[in-house]
Design a protein around this ligand. Structure first.
Ligand code: FMN
Length: 328
């Protein structure tokens, strides 16, 4: 396993080598603040912060709230400071807010910028200009190389089984191919729902893990009760992969597809050209609920801090067990 000394300061000194993944609609200030206070990087998509026409930018308000609450926490708990937070930017031509959101994030000196669905040099420059780092999310080695060429500092490898827009590749194949040429920060995403899985990600060559779906079943998540219940009762067999809802392949809860009157086993193929992040919430995400294959271990709705404590306990127990086998 690699030590963490090569990582940028924002990714060092965490209680656990873990980022709470950004989730459309689901992640907002409550969840981010709870994740950061509990010692892991919390994140949200900038597009979740929406205001009515003519109203002041909600993103500005959210960033002020997050920064102030974390500052207060740090003053009261100098021995257990909060982890830094991240904002996710969807770098897709249909995202008409991108330029404005970049300006707001730069003004608030956002420490970690996560970019998805497009690598653009000017976004990386905006982040670097305010002292931030950029982690770009990729589903294969070709996109990984492009992202680093354009100036990203690190990569989030989204493997098969992840919630939302997942990759198709095995995490072992994906991490090995990227690690063959890339020595910088590498984060693995996809069905990392236990401390054991997090340790496995690090052993496989990643520096940190990235966990989304288990946080849907937390008190702080912005998700309807029925959605949280489906995470608690569901398992890998309840996850359906389809491109119908957004034009790109993604993982969704079978029951939510049925509830929307569709047959999850007979879904037509979507068209990439239909991807649209410009208009409000689409049927995908509001009615068709995203989730990854790791949800089988989520047995109850809990506070985010309790979920993180559970993952930490498992992570340390797994590390002790492995160490005892090798150090005799
Ligand atoms: C409901 C949902 C919404 C998501 N929305 C986004 C998003 O807006 N931007 C993004 O980069 N990733 C998004 N993702 C992907 C996550 O950031 C992450 O890659 C994934 O949740 C990790 O897999 P896991 O859910 O198995 O932990 C979403 C995932 C889910 C489950």
């Amino acid at each position: 396993m690699r030590d963490v000394s090569h990582l940028p300061p924002a990714l060092r000194g965490l209680r656990l080598p873990l980022l709470g993944a950004p989730m459309f609609i689901v992640s907002g200030p409550e969840l981010v603040i709870a994740q950061c206070k509990a010692g892991i990087v919390g994140s949200f998509p900038a597009l979740n912060a929406r205001e009515g026409k003519g109203e002041p930018a909600q993103l500005d308000k959210w960033l002020t709230r997050i920064t102030e609450e974390l500052d207060r926490h740090n003053q009261a708990n100098p021995d257990h400071p909060a982890a830094p937070f991240a904002v996710n930017q969807i770098v897709h031509r249909s995202n008409g807010r991108l330029e404005r959101d970049l300006e707001i994030c730069a003004r608030h000196k956002v420490p970690i910028w996560i970019t998805s669905l497009g690598a653009r040099a000017e976004v990386n420059e905006a982040a670097h200009g305010c002292g931030g780092i950029v982690l770009h999310d990729v589903i294969n080695n070709t996109f990984a190389r492009k992202a680093i060429e354009k100036g990203a500092d690190g990569l989030i490898a989204v493997a098969a089984g992840a919630g939302g827009h997942a990759g198709k590749q095995s995490p072992f194949a994906l991490v090995e191919e990227i690690r063959d040429w890339f020595d910088g920060p590498l984060i693995l995403s996809g069905a990392i729902a236990t401390g054991r899985a997090l340790l496995a990600a690090r052993v496989a060559g990643a520096d940190l893990g990235y966990t989304g779906s288990p946080f849907i079943a937390t008190d702080e998540a912005n998700a309807p009760a029925r959605y949280k219940e489906m995470i608690v009762t569901g398992s890998a067999e309840d996850i359906v992969t389809s491109s119908l809802f957004t034009g790109v392949s993604g993982n969704y809860l079978r029951e939510s597809i049925k509830a929307a009157g569709l047959d999850p086993d007979n879904l037509s193929t979507g068209q990439a050209a239909t991807m649209n992040f410009g208009s409000g919430s689409s049927k995908a995400w509001t009615d068709i609920w995203g989730a990854g294959q790791g949800i089988g271990v989520v047995k109850a709705i809990s506070r985010a801090a309790d979920l993180i404590a559970r993952i930490e306990e498992e992570y340390r127990a797994a590390a002790r067990k492995i160490a005892s086998e090798f150090i005799r």
